[in-house]
Ligand binder design. Structure first.
Ligand code: NDP
Ligand code: CU
Length: 537
């Protein structure tokens, strides 16, 4: 989310955020959907990738004596047509990032001029690039990419005259989060006030640019105060086959600089929730299925710790996590109904929870997958084969046969069918949330899959667990030390979510909620806090 400084801006951001949340809540899907529509808008245009491979034999600026060695045979620059006039881009700094970016730009048809402290000794630069001093390089282009560390920006103050009116692209990163009071881009803007500073490319690694493995990091977050300058940088990013995302004014640079330093920010909460659930259910099942039999009958059932108990913990965790994907949407809807307006911020914890729903869903899918694998090995387990054999022998010795029970067959088959269908839809949800797939579907399709199919998955998986309980469900015999089976606990959150959702879609409640989401407010007086831009919570 864009960082803004003024109160009015803050309000705009707040409303914008709630708009997104509102959509998300309305349809119960992940906010990723909201982001995905932005992604689509900013995604690389078809055909904006590097042009067909035609070798450049000579730089557009003429082969200067400073043209350096090649970066290897496969690193030869490729371009459209050497006779075509190409944009000239200047890169300051001939380090790892400068070289890799220059190489990629040459490949994509740009003319590249490097600015270096020592143009004569810079080596291993891509063929076709010219190397000049900083001031000479700056005079060749009106767009200059600074592939230099922030610590060395002070030398740019001397070049201020050469940089006036130019677009300066800051690509720098820091070693620590919030290392300096102001962002590197803002610091640069202070050093060279006459230039238009744009922050971009800091989330792309030099290695990815050079090796072409850009799958993981195609997104380029761009921010700057001058919109034309920003547009030009975004055009360059598109031409390089990247996906530029406009993050607003230069104030956003601080957040953009922190991105590469954050380790899985959106995955932390899902992993934390999953770990807590796993540990809790593992200990719970161990008490019921290992410690209880030992205390009561001195039976050693520790072997259950390897397969039986994990195969209880995984499905129970998967189902609880899946319900936790849909719980914040329901809570947000209730909050909006209670407040009678959508123009108030959700509490931070709810906001954060909403934002990591996609990750929560994917972690849940991982556990569901483990449950499927563990279930497949059940027939080859020694314990299971031993029990089957024993039951058969006992029956044979007693000369008895067990009558076929249609209801038991129905229960077992419905349990399996619900599980298989639930898992299939779960997989479908996971696949459609991948950026490569979500970029291919439109906003309506994405919403349909993540919301309608999502709830259907939750219904099927909850039903799968209910049928598993079957007739034993409420029999007191399944209590051990008054503890019910883990699957009964696992049903609490999913059933609560489904009941709440069911109430929310009742016509009378749904109508009010839809009104609120369309901007209607119960108290017609505008909220004071909404006017001065302060969050309510
Ligand atoms: N490496 C990466 O994967 C990424 C790097 N970045 C950012 O790109 C910038 C450059 O990184 P990288 O190329 O890895 O760094 P390097 O250390 O490899 O290169 C930095 C370059 O800065 C120039 N420079 C200018 N003034 C000085 C000085 N006083 N002392 C030393 N060097 C100076 C040098 O070029 P010359 O000798 O030609 O003047 C040097 O080669 C950094 O801000 C970094 O945060 C961003 C994303 C990824
Ligand atoms: Cu199951």
């Amino acid at each position: 989310m864009k960082k803004t400084s003024s109160g009015a801006d803050k309000q705009a951001t707040c409303v914008e955020k709630e708009e997104s949340c509102e959509h998300a809540v309305e349809h119960g899907e992940s906010l990723e959907a909201v982001q995905s529509s932005g992604r689509q808008a900013g995604s690389a245009l078809p055909g904006s990738q590097c042009p067909p491979q035609l070798r450049l034999t000579d730089g557009p600026l003429g082969a200067s004596p400073a043209v350096m060695e090649t970066m290897g045979a496969d690193a030869l620059p490729l371009t459209v047509n050497s006779s075509e006039k190409r944009d000239v881009v200047c890169i300051f700094g001939t380090g790892d990032f400068g070289k890799s970016l220059g190489f990629k730009m040459l490949q994509c048809g740009y003319a590249v001029v490097f600015g270096s402290r020592n143009p004569q000794v810079s080596s291993l630069l891509p063929r076709g690039a010219e190397v000049l001093s900083y001031s000479e390089g700056a005079s060749k282009s009106d767009i200059i990419i600074l592939a230099v560390h922030r610590e060395h920006y002070n030398c740019l103050a001397e070049l201020a005259d050469h940089l006036n009116g130019k677009i300066l692209v800051d690509v720098s990163n820091n070693r620590k989060i919030n290392q300096y009071p102001e962002s590197n881009a803002e610091y640069l803007a202070q050093l060279v006030p006459g230039a238009h500073v744009v922050k971009a490319f800091n989330t792309i690694s030099a290695w990815a640019l050079q090796s072409g493995t850009l799958d993981a990091s195609r997104q380029v977050f761009v921010c700057g105060d001058e919109s034309k300058a920003k547009q030009r940088v975004m055009d360059i990013a598109r031409t390089l086959g990247l996906t530029p995302l406009d993050q607003g004014s230069l104030v956003a640079a601080k957040e953009i600089e922190n991105y590469p330093l954050k380790l899985f920010p959106m995955w932390r909460l899902p992993f934390y929730m999953a770990s807590v659930l796993c540990v809790f259910f593992f200990v719970y099942c161990a008490i019921r299925e290992v410690i209880y039999p030992y205390v009561n009958g001195k039976t050693d059932t520790t072997f259950r710790l390897a397969v039986s108990i994990p195969n209880r913990v995984f499905p129970v965790t998967a189902l609880t996590l899946l319900a936790l994907v849909y719980l914040p949407g329901v809570l947000a809807a209730i909050l909006q109904l209670y407040r009678g307006t959508k123009y108030r911020r959700f509490p931070n914890w709810l906001d954060h929870w909403m934002l990591c729903r996609k990750q929560l869903g994917l972690v849940a899918l991982g556990f569901a997958f483990l449950h499927a694998v563990y279930t497949l090995v059940i027939p080859i387990r020694y314990y299971v084969r031993w029990r089957l054999r024993n039951a058969t022998i006992t029956q044979a010795l007693a000369n008895k046969d067990s009558p076929f029970s249609t209801s038991a067959a129905w229960l077992s088959d419905s349990y399996l069918a619900l599980g298989i269908l639930g898992f299939f839809l779960f997989l479908l949800l996971g696949i459609t949330s991948l950026p490569s797939v979500s970029n291919m579907v439109n906003w309506r399709e994405f919403r349909f899959v993540q919301s309608k199919l999502g709830y259907l998955t939750l219904v099927l998986c909850t039903a799968h667990t209910l049928v598993y309980g079957g007739k034993r469900f409420l029999s007191p015999g399944i209590l051990r030390w008054s503890l019910p089976s883990a699957y009964i606990l696992a049903l609490i959150i999913p059933c609560t979510v489904l009941v709440m959702k069911f109430i929310l879609i009742l016509p009378c409640i749904d109508k009010t909620l839809t009104h609120i989401r369309q901007g209607w407010e119960r108290n017609s007086q505008p909220s004071k806090s909404a006017l001065n831009g302060k969050p309510d919570i």
